[in-house]
Design a protein around this ligand. Structure first.
Ligand code: CP3
Length: 349
């Protein structure tokens, strides 16, 4: 591996400077992404065509000195493979044609075979690894069971989570059956990505922060912990660093670290300095610049980078990232300024 900063930071080993990658680094803020998506016809075709998924994975790396590639795909590939029929339309967000509407629907769900039903993903991982040729590590990922369940039951994004929370409160057995199926599906999917060549694995728990502490532990953290255990039980995948990211989970970091993962993603509402005090040297930390800083002037981007680096402080185990995904309106030039600022300001003497 020519650039192993990310792997070293995740193992909390010394680095020459702090590694950085950006959530949603391949996406609509890049004109070449929009061009390739146009050529593919739509977002799902882009995900399902390994050569095109590889092309858009590499696009941000051609522009910026990022320290990792992340597989171009989506967390909703698993429910799509379960038969819920995903569509993602411009300006509308994701939507399922056949959302789950009864406990019968839940009982009928099967665990997708990653090499068969999701073979386009593992194939994309193989093609990307070949094209990266050892330049930077490749991150594979999946959604957390709770976050996938919210989309599967709501049928689309939600503000208040009325349907999924009604299921959780009124039919908790059905809710647990759904989460169990998702734990097995996500574990097999992550293990298959590792076998295909993913060198880091990340679980996106985008909606964990919508839960009470008790419900977070029962319905989001416990399923994620079982995924960590299942991935660790696979001989080949067991040594791969695992990152858990609960958006809005800053107050539960010590609990999340108990899962046995290697690193925690932090959104921008968390102080990395306080987070370190809470988790000690058990895990590395990833984050956590406010994504909106990328709309500010260069001097302000530089200052915001200084604040994040200073907040983490000295020592090993920091992966720089945004606190959530980059948004479509960002000027790519500001991403260049960010990446250069992180590397320059964090350079160890
Ligand atoms: O980070 C990367 O560059 C890898 C690619 C990636 C995508 N989605 C591509 C994508 C990753 C890691 C995801 C994860 C994902 N998808 C999450 C978890 C992370 C998070 O942001 O909290 C969630 C909740 C989803 C579900 C999803 N997919 C949403 C909400 C949307 C719509 C976003 C929007 O602004 O319309 C998608 C579609 C999607 N996934 C796009 C991309 C680049 C935009 C699709 C397009 O080109 O129009």
């Amino acid at each position: 591996m020519k650039n192993d900063r990310l792997l070293r930071a995740l193992h909390r080993l010394p680095v020459d400077c702090t590694p950085i990658w950006i959530m949603r680094q391949a996406g609509r803020y890049l004109p070449e992404y929009r061009e390739t998506r146009e050529r593919a016809g739509d977002f799902l075709t882009l995900c399902q065509t390994p050569e095109l998924a590889c092309e858009v994975t590499l696009q941000p790396l051609r522009r910026f000195e990022l320290d990792a590639a992340i597989l171009f795909s989506d967390i909703l590939t698993i429910p799509d493979a379960m038969g819920l029929q995903l569509s993602i339309n411009e300006g509308e967000g994701p939507r399922f044609a056949r959302p789950l509407s009864s406990s019968r629907d839940i009982d009928r769900l099967g665990v997708p075979d990653p090499e068969d039903d999701l073979g386009y993903v593992t194939q994309a991982v193989r093609v990307i690894r070949r094209e990266l040729d050892g330049s930077v590590p490749l991150i594979g990922f999946a959604g957390s069971p709770w976050t996938l369940a919210t989309y599967m039951v709501e049928g689309q994004g939600s503000r208040d989570f009325v349907k999924i929370k009604s299921l959780m409160f009124d039919q908790s057995e059905a809710m647990h059956r759904l989460l169990n199926t998702l734990v097995d599906s996500v574990s097999l999917y992550l293990i298959a990505q590792a076998h295909a060549g993913a060198q880091v694995l990340m679980v996106f728990d985008t909606w964990g922060g919508a839960l009470s502490y008790h419900d977070f532990c029962a319905y989001s953290l416990s399923p994620m912990t079982r995924i960590v255990q299942q991935v660790r039980a696979d001989r080949e995948a067991s040594t791969i660093p695992l990152i858990l990211f609960t958006k809005g989970g800053g107050q539960w970091l010590a609990n999340i670290a108990d899962s046995g993962c290697d690193a925690l993603g932090c959104d921008w509402t968390t102080s990395l300095g306080q987070a370190r005090q809470e988790v000690g040297d058990r895990v590395a930390l990833q984050g956590n610049l406010d994504p909106a800083v990328l709309y500010a002037k260069p001097a302000q981007i530089e200052k915001a980078v200084t604040r994040v680096l200073d907040d983490f402080g000295s020592g090993d185990g920091h992966v720089f990232n945004l606190g959530h995904g980059i948004t479509p309106g960002v000027d790519p030039e500001n991403v260049r300024i960010l990446v250069e600022a992180v590397h320059r300001q964090s350079k160890r003497n």
